[in-house]
Ligand binder design. Sequence first.
Ligand code: C2E
Ligand code: CA
Ligand code: CA
Length: 482
Amino acid sequence: MLFGGDYYSEIMNKWFNVSEKLIKWHDGRTIRLCTLNDISEKINYERVIEKQVFYDNLTGLPNRLSLDKSIQGIIESDENSTVMLIDLDNFKNINDSYGHNNGDRLLKEIGKFFEDFAQKNKKLSIFRFGSDEFVVLLRDQDQAEIDEICKIIHDKFNTEWQIANSTCYCTCSMGVAKFPKLDDTVNTVLKRIDLAISYAKKQGKNCTINYNETIGRILSRQIDLERLMHRDITNGFAHFTAYYQPIFSSSEKKLVGCEALMRWNPPEFGQVSPAEFIPMAERLGYINLLGENIIRIAGRQCKKWADAGLDLRMNINLSVGQIIEPDFLDKIDTLFDETGAPPEKICFEVTESLAIHDMEKMKELLKHITDKGVKIALDDFGTGYSSLNCIKEMPLNTIKIDKSFIDDIAKNPDTAVFVKMIVNLSHDLHIAVCAEGVEEQVQFDILRDLETDVIQGYYFGRPMPSDKFEEKFLSEKLQSVK
Ligand code: C2E
Ligand code: CA
Ligand code: CA
């Protein structure tokens, strides 16, 4: 039999390609001709390339591409396995406090810990998944082993790390998913751990979440809603409308205006709460389009009521994303032209999250629109961290005290003191105060006594479509102008 192939010589520390063939020698005998080719350079070069492609430069661990390959191999062999994503909590703070070099040192330390860990347990393989993310693949395990491994990892991350001659703490969150399941692909497996980890982060970090069907259902709802949002927005904002919630003066209990609140009603799901679809629109980059659409709808409504001689203010929510758009002011001008809404009847509600952007720039932008007569209200006041600064800096007309304070006001005398202080401060600065989420008579009475100017909440009415709003609050006034 002839032999051939690549062989390594330990004595020479070289690789050879060996091939053999039979040839006729000059004396007529058939002999074997064996050729040895030194291929060490080629093999070493291939290894360098492989290392670059499949291994992470910093930690030396297999990288994301290796992980994809391993997961694919496991799916094909249908071997019972578990994938664990380990995401360091607040790693950005480490980089910010100790510098990127030291951040890299910590990542190396962590990589070393995982490498040692995998050497002790042959069922484990470790990968560096992304900047501050590592993955553990476990084959042929039972739940007790999975739990034990999670515990060892958390225990390690709950102790201190040493970098730059100082002690630092860096906990981790973990998302765990078993695979393969029917029709799994690398992407579906990674999606499961991704989702599990975002749950872990929402739970306050430093914990492990095992993927389960409930999380899966939420994920598929999210995917369906994202698809429908895209469909409805590109289809002329189909199934998006505005509801209006009344705002009353506290002294005379007189209707002074309303807040336009966006509603989305895709037939496949029924009404979806803004608390769910607004953050989704922000994530998908649709919030500006939706924001413009609500200004258009509420602006037309405002014009209609103004034309009927009604003195009502229309509050419209603005997200920060809309304000920081480069053509924000032009867009607002166009929308006022398009709808014919009288600017002095419009009040834009903004939140304190504005303050994380360049305050001077924000002030200037808001000043431009207040110069046209538009009013600005500071929404959800008291939930942010820069409240007083915001009041001082912004050209505000109203501040809206968040519902969480109102919920408490009849039970906690300290809350009433806080509200009174805000009312006094605002009035000194010629800013009006609105209380949000007022549901009960007792809350209304306290707020009126504290001289809160206007009141919004279920006590006066829930958000409702424009025809219901007219029927409930404006029928007499609309009759009298007819
Ligand atoms: P928000 O601007 O603070 O709006 C007030 C929310 O409180 C509304 O919820 C309203 O229905 C609710 N609410 C009012 N009074 C009461 C009450 O007495 N009791 C209770 N339990 N709730 C009350 P909604 O309509 O679900 O909106 C939630 C949030 O979604 C809004 O909070 C706002 O942040 C956002 N949002 C809604 N429409 C728009 C919009 O057109 N643009 C933007 N950017 N955000 C919007
Ligand atoms: Ca609002
Ligand atoms: Ca609010």
